[in-house]
Design a protein around this ligand. Structure first.
Ligand code: ATP
Ligand code: MG
Length: 472
């Protein structure tokens, strides 16, 4: 998990260089830290508690009537509209947003960093092994971006690539009918190029009965000729209906048995293959699992480099170090942090994105995450008891980074390196388990299982701990 890596710093140059313990990063006294003034230098030294806590209750700055209301800096057609003559800076901001904006997957090669190995494995599985592929990994690791770039590459090789994103309500026949409706009937073995069927311009869906199942679909798909079809089912983990997954497994089996020229690529959030497709021994030899790993340090650099070129900026080595360490290999976080840091530099009229910009970016992300939590949760996090037990909470967040988020007292004990007796850990964890507090507690016949009520809280705790360690 990304969250786990924040505290282990596997890919981070900066963090590995600094073997500070979490304890060093945590508040040692209950004395309040003076609230940071807006605009004041960041105070992230070792003794400081995570700075975002001090922003919890900060009210918006007073605005006077004479100040103009904020306006868009560019039109919807991306034409820059400023009246202050700062058109160049506005253009660079837009270019930075296009290169590093983190809200959307990459759809073209020009903004895609690294992943040569994943792309070549995917191509190899489709082209050489002729198998179906399941791409899995944690949220935001780049699955959708990879399949978009793969689709572009496959289309260049004249594959017919069909992309579909699964929803919770995905229904087998509706979804696959829409795929069939995008395969021209011209590619059916029985249809000759100049025949009336080909002239009408029909698609494969006309050959399906009303409520077809996976076998019938495989029969129809096995008649594809003259091209190869790749069907991408993105966000497969969101499908709730077990019947849909059963049908897809059945389809894969039938397509493989018939050596059809149709291959499936599934993607989803999962830690392993079984979690995504279920236990399906019948299709194991027909699929290849492709786990998405965290970005390497070199890939983080490449990604930041895309922003540098686009906006004519340069990120200092220290800034890249902070971004690398804090992102833990998540392309989403690399973009988010690099984008914020670059914007701060541009706003200050600088082309060098320095370490301070990097730290400001991390704090902005933490503050935004915190603000997105319900007010009640923010209050729970900000209270003195939470501050006192920060180390325990961070260890709990680390312990709870498995797929379902549950952890036990012994997991926290291990994360704390055995430094506290289990009885003390249990007593302290229980402080946070009352109704609406940070943790929920399930007592399964004496086996205590804890979990953070809001997953965002553990992410926040881990990132703030990593931040504190970097600055230690
Ligand atoms: N190789 C890459 N190069 C540049 N940016 C990337 C790359 N991979 C992912 N990103 C960026 O990271 C973010 C998350 O990527 P993406 O949506 O592809 O991940 P995902 O694994 O599909 O996420 P989810 O689990 O939420 O579906 C996006 O902002 C995307 O632009
Ligand atoms: Mg995705």
């Amino acid at each position: 998990m990304i969250w786990k890596r924040w505290t282990r710093a596997e890919t981070a140059e900066t963090a590995t260089a600094e073997p500070a313990t979490d304890a060093a990063a945590l508040p040692t006294t209950g004395a309040p830290t003076p609230p940071r003034q807006p605009g004041a230098a960041l105070n992230l030294d070792v003794a400081a508690r995570p700075a975002f806590l001090d922003t919890l209750w900060r009210e918006p700055a007073e605005m006077t009537r004479s100040q103009p209301l904020p306006r868009f800096s560019a039109s919807a057609s991306d034409d820059v509209e400023t009246d202050d003559g700062d058109t160049l800076a506005a253009r660079r901001r837009l270019a930075l947003r296009d290169a590093l904006g983190a809200s959307q997957p990459v759809i073209g090669r020009e903004s895609f960093a690294g992943r040569h190995d994943a792309l070549s494995q995917l191509i190899q599985a489709i082209e050489q092994q002729r198998v179906h592929v399941v791409i899995y990994g944690e949220r935001g690791i780049g699955k959708t971006s990879l399949v978009h770039v793969f689709a572009e590459t496959a289309r260049e090789a004249r594959y017919l690539v069909l992309y579909g994103s699964c929803g919770t309500e995905a229904e087998f026949s509706a979804m696959f009918r829409s795929f069939a409706a995008r395969i021209p009937r011209l590619y059916h073995r029985a249809v000759l190029p100049n025949s009336p069927e080909a002239e009408i311009g029909d698609n494969f869906d006309v050959m399906l009965s009303e409520n077809f199942g996976p076998r019938e679909l495989a029969d129809v798909f096995s008649e594809v000729t003259g091209t190869r079809v790749i069907i991408i089912l993105d966000e497969y983990d969101r499908v709730l209906d077990p019947a849909f997954r059963r049908d897809v497994a059945e389809l894969i089996k039938n397509l493989s048995d018939r050596a059809a020229r149709v291959q499936l690529v599934l993607t989803g959030v999962a830690q392993n293959l079984d979690e995504l497709i279920g236990y399906a021994p019948s299709i194991r030899r027909n699929i290849v699992g492709l786990p998405m790993r965290p970005l390497s340090v070199a890939e983080v650099r490449e990604l930041v480099g895309i922003g540098e070129t686009a906006a004519d900026l340069r990120y200092a080595e220290d800034t890249i170090g902070i971004i690398t360490a804090m992102a833990g290999g998540s392309p989403y976080l690399v973009r988010l942090l690099a984008h914020h840091a670059g914007l701060t530099a541009l706003e200050a009229g600088r082309s060098l994105v320095d370490e301070g910009d990097g730290r400001a970016a991390v704090e902005k992300v933490l503050t935004d995450w915190n603000a997105s939590l319900p007010r009640r949760v923010q209050a729970s996090l900000g209270r003195e008891e939470a501050r006192e037990h920060w180390q325990l909470l961070v260890a709990s967040a680390r312990a709870g980074s498995s797929a379902d988020g549950f952890f036990g007292v012994e997991d926290v004990f291990t994360e704390l390196g055995g430094s506290q007796p289990q009885a003390t850990i249990e007593r302290d964890l229980r402080r946070f388990t009352s109704a609406h507090d940070l943790l929920e507690l399930h007592d399964l016949g004496g086996d205590l299982r804890f979990r953070f009520r809001y997953p965002g809280v553990s992410a926040l705790l881990l990132m703030s701990a990593a931040m504190a360690r970097i600055t230690a």
